[in-house]
Design a protein around this ligand. Structure first.
Ligand SMILES: Nc1ncnc2c1ncn2[C@@H]1O[C@H](COP(=O)(O)OP(=O)(O)OP(=O)(O)O)[C@@H](O)[C@H]1O
Ligand SMILES: [Mg+2]
Length: 362
């Protein structure tokens, strides 16, 4: 096990910065998930920790020791990628012990380790088979077993489940989380699937445009996004974002003639008197369709639709379509008023996109 630190890490390809001044410490035994859109620099960061890509500037440290100049094989890391490559002509058992054999580990030790991973990964029935005989989920498990059999200090996983069918992925995800805790190995896991991130991570590192946007435990990522990007990237359906115009008596929803008022929507005083233009972020779970003509505000409702057991509705403010959750009886029509739950209000600086609260408003 090891603690991993990145200190002002920058990685350039030509004049393109794939990773831009990133600092982070992953604690011993921690499960950290890197999350972010395609091309934001997740894989590049992982490959640099592994020693497969060099840092342009900044440091990578394992347990406080700078490893920039160590090759991948000197770093005691194990990496598993999206597409597993097992040796097709070797049985599962031989695939798993391959890294130990290659290092000349003693036979008795190899047998002991094999027993251990076989038990942990429940691979007993598959040991004598060839890779082609196993479904993709099982092959990925073999790859993980091969990765951990030599007690790596660090486990680096780059979208290891994304090539697996949806139905097995859920199960694999559970097993992987369980295994990591059992092994206690420091793990960095890359994905762009937020469900995976939310369910596996001790902490999530959210990246965008080559930089770290936010590092938080999963819950805080959802409830306390640092900016509009974080607010909209996490959560599905996505957070609604609404322009606000300060008017006397409340905040007008941009492009409409609807005003949210301090009495009805419990708007905080600082937001009413904020010197800077604000945007309101509110998640669909905090916007409801209601029948009571006294409640909520009048906004055009376009559509009510079901996704599984949940019913959503879409409504318009100006030209923008937003979403809410319809919790009324299932035979209610699309007539109704839109109620915003102020407990779910997030305010953002319209210019910088940063989240603002009472303390920043002055
Ligand atoms: N060897 C390389 N040479 C040049 N550019 C590269 C190289 N490796 C990565 N890049 C670029 O760096 C950027 C970040 O790539 P990276 O693979 O780290 O993204 P990612 O976050 O893992 O994305 P994805 O979710 O699609 O896997 C991309 O624009 C990519 O094209
Ligand atoms: Mg990638």
């Amino acid at each position: 096990m090891a603690e991993i630190s990145l200190r002002n890490l920058t990685i350039e390809f030509g004049d393109f910065k794939a990773v831009d001044d990133v600092s982070l410490t992953v604690k011993n035994g921690e499960f950290v998930v890197y999350l972010g859109p395609s091309g934001c620099g997740k894989t590049t960061t992982l490959r640099c920790i592994a020693g497969l890509v060099g840092a342009t500037s900044g440091d990578v440290l394992f347990d406080g020791v700078r490893v920039n100049d160590l090759s991948a094989s000197e770093r005691n890391i194990a990496m598993v990628f999206q597409f597993v490559s097992l040796y097709p002509h070797l049985r599962i058992k031989e695939n798993i012990v391959f890294p130990l054999k290659a290092r000349g580990v003693a036979k008795a030790e190899i047998a002991r380790k094999l027993d251990w991973v076989t038990e942990v990964f429940k691979l007993g029935d598959d040991l004598g088979r060839y890779p082609a005989a196993l479904p993709p989920g099982a092959r990925q498990k073999v790859a993980l077993a091969r990765a951990v059999i030599r007690d790596p200090a660090v486990l680096l996983l780059d979208e290891p489940l994304s090539a697996i069918d949806e139905q097995f992925r859920e199960e694999m995800r559970w097993e992987l989380g369980h295994l990591q805790r059992q092994l206690g190995v420091t793990t960095i896991y890359v994905t762009h699937d937020q469900r995976e991130a939310m369910s596996l991570a001790d902490r999530i590192v959210l990246m965008n445009n080559s930089r770290i946007v936010q590092v938080s435990v999963p819950d805080r990522m959802f409830f306390d996004p640092v900016d509009i990007f974080a607010g909209q990237f996490i959560g599905s359906p996505s957070m609604n974002l609404i322009d606000l115009e300060p008017v006397s008596g409340g905040l007008k929803l941009g492009g409409s003639d609807v005003t949210l008022t301090p009495e009805r929507e419990r708007l905080p005083q600082w937001a009413l008197s904020s010197a800077r233009p604000l945007k309101l972020g509110v998640r669909p779970i905090n916007v409801h369709l209601v029948d009571d003509p006294q409640a909520g505000v009048a906004l055009p409702v376009d559509d009510v639709f079901s996704v599984g057991r949940e019913r959503f509705f879409s409504f318009r403010i100006g030209d923008t379509i937003h979403q809410g959750v319809d919790k009324r009886r299932s035979n209610s029509g699309s007539e109704g008023r839109v109620h915003f739950d102020p407990d779910g209000f997030l305010f953002f600086d319209a210019q910088t996109g940063r989240r603002v609260g009472a303390e920043d408003a002055a």
